[in-house]
Design a binder for this molecule. Structure first.
Ligand SMILES: NC(=O)c1ccc[n+]([C@@H]2O[C@H](COP(=O)([O-])OP(=O)(O)OC[C@H]3O[C@@H](n4cnc5c(N)ncnc54)[C@H](OP(=O)(O)O)[C@@H]3O)[C@@H](O)[C@H]2O)c1
Length: 352
C-alpha cells in the first residue's frame, strides 16, 4: 500500500492502526507534530516518517506532498480537520479521518463542490463512528425506501481513549442533537429515553449527539434522525443532572480541570480489555403509513473496529474505488461494506 499517510500516528488510535498496518506488511508514512514520538514509532515499525504541525498551511501542504491518501487520526477534529482538509484540497490528496464530530462532518459536506473540482474524496468518519451505523442506515433505507424516520443506536462499545474523552468533554457544552425535517436541532442531553433490544436483551437507551445525526442524512436523505446509546442507570441520572449546566461545562476552568483529569488517566483500553468487548448496533426505520424495518449488527470493540474499517477504506480508496466529493462510508462503498470486516454480523427483522 504505497502513498498512504497516517497523521497523528503516535496517538492511541493512530498507533493501533499503524501497528496493524505493519502486521499486514504495509508501510504507510507515519506523521505527527512531535518529532521524538513519531521518529521512535516509525523506527520501531520500519516506516518512513514526517514531522509537521497543522499551524502553518504551507507546511501542511509540504508535509503531505506526494501522498495519495491521508488517514487523519489527530483529534479533537474541531481543531485539526480544517487545516488538513485545506492541504488535501490544495495538493489533490484524498482526505479520510476518524472523526465522530457532527460539526466536522457538516463543514466537510459543505466543501463537496471544492472536493469534486480538486478530484479528491472528503471521506470523514471511517472508524467506529460512523462506518457500522452508516452502513446500517443505508441498509435500512434499502429495505424501506419510503422511510421518513431513522433511529440508530449502540450498546457496549468500549472504555474511551484519552483522545475520545477529550473530544467528548469539548462537546459537552453543546448538549444533545437530533435531525428534524432535514435540519439539525440542538436538544438537551438525554432528550429521549427508549427501551431497545440491541440483541442482548432490553436496555434503556438515551439520545446522544452521535455523528450519524449529521451523516445519515447525506447517505439516506431520511429527514428525521435520532441516535441512542444504552447507558447504565447511574450515567442516565448523571446526564440528566448536568442538563442545565452547559454554560458551566463550557467554562474554561471546568474544561481545563476535566482535561487534566483525562490526561492523568490511561491512554485507552488495553488489548485485553478491547478483546473482551463486542458492540451491538440497532437501527429502525418507519414511514408515514406505519411500516417498520429493524436491523441489528454486532461488531468487535470500537477501537479494534476503527483499525479494521479505516484500513479497509484506505485500501478501497487506493484502488481507485471512490468518487470525488464529500462521501460517507455507506455512500462510498454501500451498505454491505461493513460485512467485509472480520467479526461483524447483521440480522434483519422482517418488515412489519
Ligand atoms: N470515530 C471513531 O470511531 C473514533 C475512534 C477512535 C478515535 N476517534 C477520535 O480520534 C481522535 C484521536 O483519538 P485518540 O484516542 O487516538 O487520541 P490521543 O491518543 O489523545 O491522540 C491524539 C493524537 O492527535 C494529535 N493531535 C491532537 N491535537 C493536535 C493538533 N492540534 N495538531 C496536531 N496533532 C494533534 C496528538 O498529537 P500529540 O501527541 O503531539 O499531542 C496525537 O497524535 C479523537 O478525536 C477521538 O475522538 C474516533
Amino acid at each position: 500500500m504505497p502513498d498512504f499517510m497516517i497523521y497523528g500516528a503516535n496517538g492511541y488510535t493512530g498507533s493501533l492502526i499503524a501497528r496493524e498496518a505493519a502486521r499486514r506488511g504495509t508501510r504507510p508514512i507515519l506523521a505527527g507534530r512531535q518529532v521524538d514520538k513519531i521518529r521512535t514509532l516509525a523506527a520501531e515499525l520500519g516506516m518512513e516518517h514526517r514531522v509537521f504541525s497543522l499551524d502553518e498551511p504551507s507546511a501542511v501542504a509540504e508535509g503531505i506532498r506526494g501522498v495519495k491518501v491521508v488517514l487523519h487520526c489527530a483529534g479533537p477534529f474541531s481543531r485539526t480537520s480544517r487545516p488538513m482538509a485545506d492541504a488535501c484540497l490544495h495538493m489533490g490528496t484524498h482526505y479520510l479521518d476518524i472523526t465522530g464530530e457532527e460539526e466536522v462532518f457538516e463543514a466537510l459536506a459543505a466543501r463537496d463542490a471544492e472536493a469534486k473540482s480538486a478530484g479528491i474524496a472528503l471521506l470523514p468518519g471511517v472508524g467506529f463512528d460512523v462506518v457500522p451505523s452508516d452502513c446500517l442506515a443505508v441498509h435500512l433505507k434499502r429495505r424501506l425506501p419510503s422511510a421518513t424516520r431513522l433511529a440508530l443506536g449502540f450498546q457496549g462499545a468500549t472504555a474511551m481513549s484519552r483522545g475520545t474523552s477529550l473530544t467528548v468533554v469539548e462537546g459537552l457544552p453543546k448538549g444533545g442533537l437530533v435531525r428534524e425535517n432535514g435540519v439539525l436541532r440542538r436538544v438537551p442531553f438525554a432528550w429521549k429515553t427508549r427501551v431497545i433490544d440491541f440483541g442482548v436483551g432490553a436496555a434503556k437507551a438515551i439520545t446522544i449527539p452521535w455523528g450519524d445525526v449529521s451523516t445519515a442524512f447525506y447517505s439516506t436523505a431520511i429527514p428525521n434522525i435520532e441516535f441512542y446509546a444504552a447507558v447504565p442507570w447511574a450515567a442516565r441520572v448523571a446526564v440528566r443532572l448536568i442538563r442545565g449546566f452547559g454554560w458551566l461545562l463550557g467554562s474554561r476552568t471546568v474544561q481545563k480541570w476535566l482535561e487534566r483529569r483525562i490526561r492523568a488517566g490511561p491512554p485507552g483500553p488495553t488489548d485485553a480489555e478491547r478483546r473482551q468487548r463486542r458492540a451491538h448496533f440497532w437501527g429502525e426505520v418507519t414511514d408515514e403509513v406505519g411500516r417498520r424495518a429493524a436491523v441489528r449488527l454486532q461488531t468487535p470493540d470500537g477501537y479494534d473496529l476503527t483499525v479494521l474499517t479505516s484500513l479497509a477504506v484506505v485500501e478501497r480508496v487506493l484502488s481507485g474505488a471512490v468518487s470525488p466529493g464529500f462521501q460517507t462510508p455507506g455512500m462510498a462503498f454501500g451498505p454491505d461494506f461493513i460485512l467485509e470486516i472480520a467479526g461483524v454480523t447483521r440480522a434483519d427483522e422482517p418488515i412489519a
